[in-house]
Design a protein around this ligand. Structure first.
Ligand code: 1CP
Length: 342
């Protein structure tokens, strides 16, 4: 690997500077991505290895991040489990017949992921060959709770109250569905690793809608099953947005790193997560609207606060679609020019 900074930071080694990548870097704001988006619908971009590869490698060539993340979506997994999600342009995921009853949940099945999601594996192999060892490739999946949220709700939501209602009033059906999603996710991440990804990240984008007690019941235990099953095959990063209360339990899960959103101070996150684990984050995505000079100052302060070791610079959530490319370059450049302290 020509640039293995990201892998070394995940192992907790002393590094010359922290690595940087950006959640959702493989889409959204790059003009060349917009051109492909105008030509091909979302799942065509995911299912065509040439397109997924081109989009994945784009930020490596144009932005210079230290890791690539495969262009795909967390919802390809429930699609393979019999939930035919569509992507509505400008709106996001949509499932015409969401899971609303025990019998709906029973119809969801554990597929053969290597067969059903072979296009993901083909995209990984093609991307690895195109990257040619320049930077590591990150594979990913949604957390069982987050996939459950979309499967019940059928679309995005600010609160996911329908998903919570289902979980709280049908706990046994909810747990059997969460377990099927967990089993599929483990097989899926293992298949991604076998196809060549160097690291995997699990996105619990909606763990933060749960109370700390319910998080443990409906999300934490499934996240831990995944980490346990995968950690000996590749480093695992767990990003549980809005779940600072779970940092200490997640830190004991065997994950190599924990992702953080922007609402927590670096010092507090270090204290909650404990000594050895690598932390990743947590620049407010909207702070990329600031000037290049301000971005640089804030990034340097952030690295000072986390410390340059056991740390991966990232945003606290996905990049916003209208961030000017020059500001993204300023963010990455700030990390690369971070002054070494004696
Ligand atoms: O046509 C388009 O381009 C639609 C926009 C888009 C893109 C570029 C969606 C729809 N998904 C993606 C790609 C994607 N999604 C990646 C690829 C890598 C990258 O861009 O860097 C990744 C890692 C995801 C993960 C994802 N999808 C998450 C977890 C991360 C997060 O942001 O919290 C979630 C929650 C989704 C669901 C999803 N897919 C797309 C949208 C608009 C949404 C969110 C819907 C909502 O508001 O709830």
């Amino acid at each position: 690997m020509t640039n293995d900074l990201f892998l070394r930071a995940l192992r907790g080694e002393v590094v010359e500077r922290p690595p940087v990548w950006i959640m959702r870097q493989a889409g959204r704001y790059l003009p060349d991505f917009m051109k492909l988006k105008a030509k091909y619908d979302f799942f065509t971009r995911c299912r065509t290895p040439e397109l997924a590869t081109e989009i994945t490698v784009m930020p490596i060539d144009q932005i210079g991040t230290d890791a690539a993340i495969l262009f795909s979506d967390i919802l390809v997994l429930p699609q393979a489990m019999g939930l035919p999600f569509e992507m509505k342009p400008g709106k996001g995921p949509f499932l015409a017949s969401p899971v609303r009853s025990k019998s709906d949940a029973e119809r969801v099945y554990v597929p053969d992921v290597e067969e059903e999601l072979d296009y993901v594996m083909n995209a990984i192999r093609m991307t690895k060959s195109e990257l040619n060892g320049r930077v590591p490739l990150i594979g990913f999946a949604g957390s069982p709770w987050t996939i459950f949220c979309y499967s019940i709700e059928g679309q995005g939501s600010k609160t996911f109250n329908l998903a919570k209602e289902f979980a709280f009033t049908n706990p046994s059906a909810a747990h059997s569905l969460l377990q099927k999603i967990t089993d599929t996710t483990i097989a899926y991440l293992r298949a991604q690793i076998k196809s060549g990804v160097d690291v995997v990240q699990v996105f619990d984008s909606w763990g933060g809608v749960l109370s700390p007690v319910d998080f443990e019941i409906f999300s934490g235990q499934y996240l831990r099953q995944i980490v346990e099953a995968v950690k000996d095959e590749a480093p695992v990063i767990v990003f549980a947005k809005g779940c600072w209360h779970a940092l200490s339990t997640l830190s004991a899960s065997g994950a190599s790193a924990l992702g953080l959103d922007w609402t927590i101070r670096p010092e507090a996150a270090r204290e909650l997560a404990g000594g050895d684990i690598t932390l990743q984050g947590n620049f407010d995505p909207a702070r990329l609207y600031s000037s290049a000079g301000e971005i640089k100052g804030m990034v340097w302060d952030m690295i000072d606060a986390f410390g340059k070791d056991r740390y991966i610079v990232n945003l606290g959530h996905g990049i916003l679609p209208d961030i000017p490319v020059d500001n993204v370059l300023a963010f990455v450049d700030a990390v690369k020019t971070y002054p070494q302290k004696p």
